[in-house]
Design a binder for this molecule. Structure first.
Ligand code: ASP
Ligand code: MG
Length: 435
């Protein structure tokens, strides 16, 4: 069996749903199709929740109504027969009636509202398969996908439930299900966080021991550099799980960072492909021999650097532990860290508890905060033929002030912290010097 996951743009219009269908049908093997919400829908539903939280119910209803009209248009363009068009319209009507009802108690319904995007896209997709005469079965992710009290995926339960659903329906070759949505430890509707459909696909692939997990998006796989800022980038045909994991977090938006883990643990290749250019071979992420040198560069913005300087750190033990405890207390994960004998610098990627954190850190020493920073991440193999690679990286950036360097944490990554205003220049300099 294989897993094919289509992102928001791949199901974002009638034309694109048709493209995705052609791709699905080009694979004769048994498969599970995992869908995101139609692009823009989750954003709109998030907006609806915000309005409800601000007691702006009528504005929320306006947004819902406008969204409903988009679906009417999509349905008109997607279906050619009156019968299926009507079935789809009825479905949409019922769903949007429900959505309007959920606005009555926003605080309880936030997650239910967010879940509707994937529920809608998968239903429309299935009705379309019916119109085409393609046999498929829609299975609800809420029947098998779940997270525990720590919001971690219940991999055992997912496997048991999903395999039993599949074996009950072993005459079916094409299953359709929702990405992103799941149930939590209280059996309520929940989700795997924004962009979580990739993670769903990977968890599903692992659960059924799929031959391959395919992630269909709107770019030709992972590029060696960010095509938005650098000209003449190229896609990388093959990457190891470790290299991809480093890149996925640091800005290479193409894949949800967590989604590497289930695939890697179960040694299932992940193929990244472009729905709008299916002939491009894309990127395959798998267990492969380490490459040499730098494979790809990506950058992550909105990074905050915090420096704590204290003479108490000199030759003392337990100092870092105390610092880390502050971040743990405020549930803020640290991305980069560098230390000297009397100071430690680290980075975080969201400011939610920044004030509390700096306040508490001040009890250990002098605290400095730099905002608007970017992490430039280089993924590749720095272990083998590592000689000279770091030197050439730094040489490329000789005219750009570097705030932090992290090297040696893994063999597959080198990260540099620079001011965001230098990012585009840095990406281009690295492109010219390294590729
Ligand atoms: N629809 C969700 C989002 O926009 C999940 C996903 O597309 O991966 O975040
Ligand atoms: Mg996505």
């Amino acid at each position: 069996m294989i897993v094919l996951k289509f992102g928001g743009t791949s199901v974002g219009s009638a034309e694109n749903i048709k493209k995705a269908t052609t791709i699905v049908n080009s694979y004769s093997s048994s498969k599970i199709i995992v869908l995101s919400a139609v692009s823009g829908t989750t954003n709109t539903l998030t907006e609806v929740n915000k309005l409800l939280a601000d007691s702006k119910k009528s504005n929320a209803i306006d947004l819902i109504n406008a969204l409903e009209l988009n679906y009417h248009q999509l349905i008109k363009e997607l279906f050619s027969s009156k019968k299926y068009q009507l079935e789809a319209l009825l479905f949409i009507q019922t769903k949007f009636e429900e959505l309007r009802l959920y606005t009555d108690a926003s605080y309880q319904n936030e997650k239910i509202i967010l879940a509707q995007g994937e529920i809608i896209s998968t239903h429309l997709f299935q009705i379309y398969q019916n119109e085409l005469g393609n046999t498929s079965l829609l299975i609800s992710a809420l029947d098998f996908m779940s997270i525990d009290i720590y919001k971690e995926a219940n991999t055992k339960s997912i496997k048991n439930k999903l395999t039993s659903i599949l074996s009950d329906n072993n005459h079916i070759k094409t299953f359709i299900t929702q990405g992103y949505i799941c149930t939590n430890h209280k059996d309520e509707i929940d989700n795997l966080k924004r962009g979580g459909s990739d993670y769903s696909a990977s968890l599903i692939g692992a659960a059924i021991e799929a031959k391959e997990i395919q992630i269909w998006t709107d770019i030709d796989g992972i590029h060696n550099n960010d095509p938005r800022f650098v000209e003449n980038t190229f896609s990388i045909n093959e990457m190891s799980f470790d290299e991809a994991a480093e890149l996925a977090y640091f800005g290479a938006k193409i894949l949800h960072p967590q989604s590497i883990i289930p695939a890697q643990k179960n040694n299932i290749p992940v193929l990244l492909k472009n729905t709008f250019n299916p002939n491009d071979i894309g990127t395959i992420i798998k267990n492969c021999a380490p490459s040499s040198g730098v494979r790809a560069v990506a950058a992550k913005d909105k990074i905050i650097a915090i420096k704590i300087k204290s003479y108490r750190m000199l030759m003392a033990y337990g100092f870092l532990k105390k610092i880390f405890e502050v971040f743990e207390k405020y549930q803020t994960s640290i991305d980069m860290i560098t230390t000297s004998e009397i100071a430690v610098s680290l980075t975080i990627d969201h400011p939610k508890y920044l004030d509390n954190i700096t306040q508490e850190l001040k009890t250990f020493g002098k605290v400095e905060v730099d905002k608007q920073m970017s992490i430039v991440c280089l993924a590749g193999n720095f272990s083998q033929s590592g000689k000279g690679i770091s030197a050439s990286v730094i040489n490329c950036l000789k005219n750009i002030p570097i705030r932090m360097i992290s090297y040696g944490g893994s063999n597959y990554n080198m990260s540099l912290l620079i001011a965001s205003e230098d990012k585009v220049k840095a990406l281009n300099l690295l492109n010219d010097g390294l590729f």
